[in-house]
Ligand binder design. Structure first.
Ligand SMILES: [Zn+2]
Length: 343
């Protein structure tokens, strides 16, 4: 099993974000890469770099104007007198279907859901290569690998078709799913990150060919607040193809694995040809976000059960923040997966 990663993904180094109104250091730091690479290595994965497929994989799930925004906004922002060092929105439209703004400040508010995704000089390049990493892992699976791990950083599951949010810019899991769709009629995305995969849900909400399932801390009092509730089931052709399983705060292994079985039953009924696991590790009991209480051994069991789906699988890294066990949690998941899949 391979671990895909490109060195350029380290460059994005966001400074701050606002949490309950307070300015805090941004936890989506480059050091995460070192911990995750060590975890993948400990699980016996061989590291490879992705090929450059250009903008096409991202353009398959994101709008042209959004991609243009991500690529150009930093330079335009820095031309504003007294602008901040990083692009951070300070005004948002009350609805997004009225007029598209021409100004850099207006576009930042239009394309950024919150303050947790500041854009600096290196953000586009890092997000671009994170997306290439996801596309490469999906391509490996199409080429016959049973599974591949994409060390995507920055992460992606809070990014909508035309909006960044929550440390995310390009939706790597959605990109991987779309690559898999080129040869599989039905693809499922199983998101086990602490936070609801709202961007992924948004991208596929009206589609019945990509099933989106997310386990996460109940958003009633937790990010991303406006999405992730059990009542959100999809719309139009996608009605019934989105399943949200919100968990009570501080739920541990037993509750998580119990709801994971509900997710796996839904996925089995959908009978996908391939699967994307959106692998957040921030449901860990020692993660700085402190939302759920999954143990390191819990991640091993989650890995085993994900492998039981039994179809080609792209594992895409989402959240999981600095704590002593971050690398161990990845290794535990991957070892559990490899053991159950016999790879
Ligand atoms: Zn998360």
């Amino acid at each position: 099993m391979k671990c895909v990663f490109h060195e350029t993904q380290r460059r994005h180094d966001p400074r701050h974000f606002l949490s309950s109104g307070a300015q805090k250091p941004n936890p989506e730091v480059p050091e995460r890469v070192n911990r995750l690479l060590a975890g993948a290595e400990n699980a016996g994965l061989e590291r490879v770099a992705p090929r450059d497929r250009g903008v096409a994989p991202a353009a398959a799930v994101h709008s042209p104007e959004y991609l243009r925004f991500l690529e150009t906004i930093y330079e335009r922002w820095r031309r504003i007198p007294d602008a901040s060092e990083e692009v951070v929105p300070n005004i948002h439209p009350d609805r997004r279907d009225f007029s598209y703004p021409a100004s850099a400040v207006g576009q930042a508010g239009y394309h950024m859901a919150d303050t947790a995704c500041p854009i600096s000089a290196d953000t586009w390049e890092s997000a671009y290569w994170s997306a290439q990493t996801a596309a490469e892992a999906a391509a490996m699976v199409l080429d016959g690998e049973k599974a591949a791990y994409a060390l995507c950083r920055p992460p992606g599951h809070h990014a909508f078709a035309d909006m960044a949010g929550g440390f995310c810019f390009l939706n790597n899991s959605a990109i991987a799913a779309q690559v898999l769709r080129s040869r599989h009629e039905r693809v499922a995305i199983l998101d086990v990150d602490l936070h609801h995969g709202n961007g992924t849900q948004g991208i596929f909400y009206a589609r019945g060919d990509v099933l989106t399932v997310s386990l996460h801390a109940d958003p009633a009092r937790f990010y991303p607040f406006f999405w992730g509730h059990a009542s959100e089931r999809g719309e139009g052709a996608g009605l019934g193809y989105n399943l949200n399983l919100p968990l009570p705060r501080h739920s541990g292994d037993e509750v998580f694995l119990d709801q994971l079985d509900v997710a796996l039953t839904r996925i089995a009924a959908f009978a996908p040809g391939a699967v994307v696991i959106a692998l957040g590790l921030d449901a860990f009991e020692g993660d700085p976000f402190g939302g759920l209480s999954v143990s390191t051994d819990g991640f091993r069991m989650i890995g085993e059960r994900c492998a039981s789906i039994g179809v080609p699988t792209a594992i895409v890294q989402e959240g999981g923040y600095l704590c002593d066990a971050l690398g161990d949690n990845l290794a535990a998941f991957l070892q559990g997966f490899r053991h159950a899949a016999a790879i």
